[in-house]
Design a protein around this ligand. Structure first.
Ligand code: R5P
Length: 294
């Protein structure tokens, strides 16, 4: 099988050599140039492009790339975007609210994306292939890699419980017994930022005197992780670590998290100072298997 053509966005430069140019016009509009565009005619193409931070402009850049590929007649287009923005808005809570997760997925499918490869996508809640809206998705999990890192680097080989802070992330901890807190969010508060604070969190398991790793798909405002860490501390856990696939670490929540835990880290789906586990090996392995997954 011939190797697919890899198009790499500048925002993936930490893992692969970029070969797509993305910039701006003076008014802020996105400018995209794909020097390899003619070679993509009739070929399978994999586009490596992060969609966070700057999710709105990154999405537009991706739509421009997809349209050009479809226009030139690329055969099968796969997009690797490790963190999918808007993935948490997959339901309508308020009257008239937009379920933006569907809109984003449908836009990508209609622009020509045949498959989207993501890591621990919020609305999927399991590994493997899935269809969401009109888009075919492959969800790759970093749960095992994050747990292995903690066991080696943080707990020095000592036993630890691996627990998720809510049921949505339960699939990340099934290899370790599948213990999860049950979390309820409060209603939306008014104001410009739409956010539902963490309400009740409860769990029917004993962590007293035990090492614990709390594992989630993402740390965004940190509200979920902070509540879970408080619960573990109250319950008398010995050493506590926390990790997530996607580390957004908004509102400086890292400072609060650090006060409650011995270690905190994420993968580099979103590059940040706490990304200790890389997705690079997984991506290289997948692409070297000549697109088995794609
Ligand atoms: C939610 O259900 C997810 O699994 C995460 O727990 C959540 O998105 C984290 O958000 P935050 O850090 O704002 O609590």
């Amino acid at each position: 099988m011939p190797q697919a053509i890899h198009l790499v966005s500048p925002n993936f430069a930490d893992i692969f050599e970029p070969n797509v140019e993305i910039g701006k016009f003076p008014d802020g509009d996105s400018h995209v140039r794909i020097p390899l565009i003619n070679e993509c005619k009739g070929q399978e193409v994999i586009v490596f492009h992060r969609l966070y931070p700057k999710q709105n402009t990154s999405l537009v850049s991706l739509l421009l790339i997809l349209d050009s590929l479809r226009d030139i007649g690329a055969q099968k287009i796969t997009v690797v975007a490790p963190y999918l923005p808007y993935s948490r808005q997959d339901k309508k809570k308020l009257n008239g609210e937009v379920a933006s997760a569907f809109v984003v997925c449908n836009l990508l499918a209609r622009a020509g994306c045949d498959k989207l490869v993501v890591f621990d996508c919020h609305f999927l809640k399991k590994e493997g292939p899935a269809k969401f809206g009109e888009l075919q998705i492959e969800n790759i999990s970093m749960g095992r890699e994050l747990a292995a890192y903690a066991m080696k680097e943080s707990f020095g080989g000592e036993a630890c419980e691996v627990i998720s802070p809510d049921m949505g992330a339960n699939y990340l901890v099934t290899d370790h017994g599948g213990k999860s807190y049950s979390k309820v969010r409060k209603e939306y508060e008014g104001g410009k930022i739409h956010y539902r604070d963490v309400g009740e969190m409860s769990g029917d398991f004993d962590v007293s005197g035990k090492n614990v790793l709390i594992l989630d798909d993402m740390i965004s405002t940190g509200g979920t992780m902070i509540r879970a860490l408080e619960k573990l501390t109250e319950a008398g856990a010995k050493k506590i670590c926390c990790a997530a696939t996607h580390g957004l670490f908004l509102y400086n929540c890292i400072d609060k998290i650090r006060k409650l835990t011995d270690c905190v880290y994420s993968t580099d789906t979103i590059q940040n100072p706490h990304s200790a586990v890389s997705i690079a090996e997984k991506l290289v392995a997948i692409t070297e298997q000549n697109l088995k997954l794609f």
